[in-house]
Design a protein around this ligand. Structure first.
Ligand code: KMH
Ligand code: ZN
Length: 302
């Protein structure tokens, strides 16, 4: 089996500071946690920005530039910028920093979908900042907009013009067919790096048979010309990611996807999650890929 790529998604735009004191939000915190995650074995760092005062997801270039150069200087890991941003940002906002930073890699979300949040409604009744309220109470009316036109625009701006390669975020089986459509239009070339996303309410459920089915369909559509990785939200993270590793796939962990390290216990850092999945995949007999190996496997510009 090939070496395994560990991606770590450092902060995201779903979780909020009141959910965990360990969620990194300032440039110093994001830098430190990202570099520690890389030292622990993450070859790829998936990054979003936050407003350091409030912890709110941010599209401001200044917030990205507070950590991007410092992470780049301090480790070899591949920097992967989100183009998903947050579901409440416009596409222009989502693309502002990626266009300026021109990273080796960025995410591309493969469909418009509901993105329902019910993460902590039963656990947290109080929060530090007003903006957190819908994230904590739940949000029933959030549309994550990624039309074919949006996707083509991101492929053009980030791929064709700036040479980035993509983490294709696939939340359901239909998104694989959408990706195949872009291959057929000649807008996407292999090897594809496909992130199967499980457990977002609005996408496919976190059941093992769904992972088998996603892989079966991806094999049919892309043959040998793709690598798959798995991320799963919340408590489904480690079981599904472990299953992916056993199947020869790749893994993504990080506080963007789950705040926990085990049942009822908050992860104290992203690196703690990377160390945990590293132990598991090495016990399964997989060897962890270095950033240089990741670049070769994914055809990155370096
Ligand atoms: N938050 C994840 C479910 C992105 O940043 O483009 C998927 C994600 C999307 O990471
Ligand atoms: Zn993300």
């Amino acid at each position: 089996m090939s070496r395994i790529l560990i991606t770590c998604a450092i902060t995201g735009s779903i979780h909020t500071p009141s959910m965990s004191p360990y969620l990194p939000v300032t440039a110093d915190e994001i830098t430190q946690q990202a570099v520690d995650a890389a030292d622990a074995g993450a070859a790829i760092l998936h990054l979003h920005a936050r407003d350091p005062e409030t912890g709110r997801p941010s599209a401001e270039i200044g917030h990205f530039m507070g950590f991007l150069p410092r992470i780049k200087q301090s480790c070899e890991a591949v920097l992967n910028l989100s183009t998903g941003g947050s579901a409440v940002m416009t596409l222009d906002q989502r693309l502002a920093a990626p266009k300026q930073a021109a990273p080796e890699m960025c995410s591309l979300n493969m469909g418009t979908m509901n993105f329902a949040l019910y993460p902590a409604a039963d656990r947290i009744s109080d929060w530090k900042h007003d903006w957190e309220e819908p994230f904590l109470r739940g949000s029933d009316d959030l549309v994550f907009k990624n039309t074919p036109r949006d996707m083509a625009l991101i492929l053009g701006e980030m791929g064709t013009k700036r040479g980035a390669r993509f983490e294709f975020e696939v939340y359901d089986v239909g998104h694989l067919y959408m990706l195949r459509h872009f291959v057929d239009r000649g807008l996407v070339q292999g090897p594809l790096f496909i992130q199967f996303v499980f457990g977002v309410l609005g996408g496919i459920g976190p059941d093992p048979e769904n992972l088998m089915h996603m892989k079966t369909v991806a094999d049919k559509l892309f043959g040998q010309d793709y690598l798959f990785s798995v991320l799963a939200a919340g408590r489904h993270q480690i079981p599904l990611v472990t299953m992916a590793a056993a199947m020869g796939g790749h893994v993504r962990v990080g506080l963007e996807d789950s705040l926990m390290i085990s049942r009822g216990v908050l992860a104290r850092s992203n690196a703690e999650q990377v160390r945990k999945i590293r132990r598991i995949v090495e016990d399964l007999g997989r060897e962890v890929a270095s950033p240089g190996e990741a670049r070769a496997m994914l055809g990155l510009k370096g």
